[in-house]
Write a protein that binds this ligand. Structure first.
Ligand code: HEC
Ligand code: HEC
Length: 200
C-alpha cells in the first residue's frame, strides 16, 4: 500500500470513529437518563426522601455538581460510581433534561417547625450572625444559576446536606459559604428550615 492510500484509510477511520461516537453518544444520553431516573425519578422528582429532586434545578448548578462528583470534590459513595460510568460530554444534556422538569412540593407535617423555619429562611438569626438563606437562594427558594433551588426538596435530604456542610464533609461550596452558614445553625434550626423548604 502506498503512502497516499494509507493516509486515506487513516482519514476515513478517524471520520468513522467521530461519526460513530457521535451517534452512539446521542443514543447514550437517553440510556443514561434512564439510569439517573431509577433514583431521581423520570420527572426528576425522586420518591425517596434521601435522594434529591433535580426537577427545576438550574442546569448550570447540575453540571457543576456532576463535575464535582466526577472529580471527587463532592464526596458521595452513591454518586461517585454512577458518574464514573458517564461520558462528561453528556453532563449538559442530562442537566437540561432534569432541569426542565416541573418540580413538586412535599407535604408539611409539622406546621410549628415550618413557621420557625420560615423566619430563619427569610430573616436569619442576628444573634448568631446567621445570614438569611433567602439572600442567596431567593425569597421563593427557587434559586438561580449560582445558588441552588431548595423549594420542595425532601426534608431528609436537606437535613443531611446541611449537616454535611456543618461537619466539613462537603467542601465544594465556593468561599465556604455553606460551611460558615451551617456552623451558626442549631440542630433545631436545621430541622425547622428543612421542614419549611420541603413544603414550598
Ligand atoms: C443509585 C441511586 C442514584 C443514581 C442511579 C443517580 N443518583 Fe444522583 N444522587 C443520588 C444521591 C443519594 C445523591 C445525594 C448525594 C449526597 O449525599 O451528596 C445524588 C445527588 C445528585 C446530584 C446533586 C443534587 C443537588 O441538589 O445537589 C445530582 C446533580 C445528581 N445526583 C445527578 C444524577 C445524574 C445526572 C444521574 C445519572 C447519570 C444520577 N444522579 C444517578 C442517587 C443516585
Ligand atoms: C452567601 C450565600 C448563601 C447563603 C446565605 C446560604 N446559602 Fe445555601 N448554598 C450556597 C451555595 C453557593 C450553595 C452551593 C454549593 C455547591 O456549589 O455545591 C448552597 C447550597 C445549599 C444547599 C445544598 C443544596 C442541594 O441541593 O444539595 C442547601 C440545603 C442550602 N444551601 C441551604 C441553605 C440554608 C437553609 C441557608 C440559610 C440558613 C443557606 N443555604 C444560606 C450559598 C448560600
Amino acid at each position: 500500500m502506498n503512502f497516499c492510500c494509507r493516509l486515506l484509510m487513516v482519514q476515513s477511520m478517524v471520520l468513522w470513529t467521530l461519526l460513530y461516537s457521535g451517534i452512539v453518544g446521542a443514543q447514550n444520553v437517553d440510556a443514561t437518563i434512564k439510569i439517573c431516573a431509577a433514583c431521581h425519578g423520570d420527572d426528576g422528582n425522586s420518591q425517596a426522601p434521601g435522594i434529591p429532586k433535580l426537577a427545576g434545578r438550574d442546569p448550570n448548578y447540575i453540571v457543576r455538581e456532576l463535575k464535582d462528583f466526577s472529580a471527587g470534590k463532592r464526596k458521595s459513595d452513591i454518586m461517585a460510581p454512577v458518574i464514573a460510568g458517564v461520558d462528561p460530554n453528556q453532563f449538559k444534556d442530562l442537566a437540561v433534561y432534569f432541569g426542565k422538569q416541573v418540580p413538586s412540593s412535599d407535604k408539611i407535617t409539622d406546621p410549628k417547625a415550618a413557621a420557625n423555619g420560615k423566619k430563619v429562611y427569610l430573616d436569619g438569626d442576628e444573634e448568631k450572625g446567621l445570614p438569611a438563606c433567602a439572600g442567596c437562594h431567593e425569597p421563593s427558594g427557587a434559586g438561580n444559576s449560582r445558588f441552588p433551588r431548595l423549594a420542595g426538596q425532601h426534608k431528609e435530604y436537606l437535613v443531611s446536606q446541611l449537616n454535611k456542610f456543618k461537619s466539613d464533609f462537603h467542601t465544594n461550596d465556593s468561599a465556604r459559604l455553606m460551611r460558615e452558614t451551617t456552623k451558626r445553625m442549631s440542630d433545631a434550626q436545621i430541622n425547622d428550615v428543612s421542614e419549611y423548604l420541603s413544603g414550598l
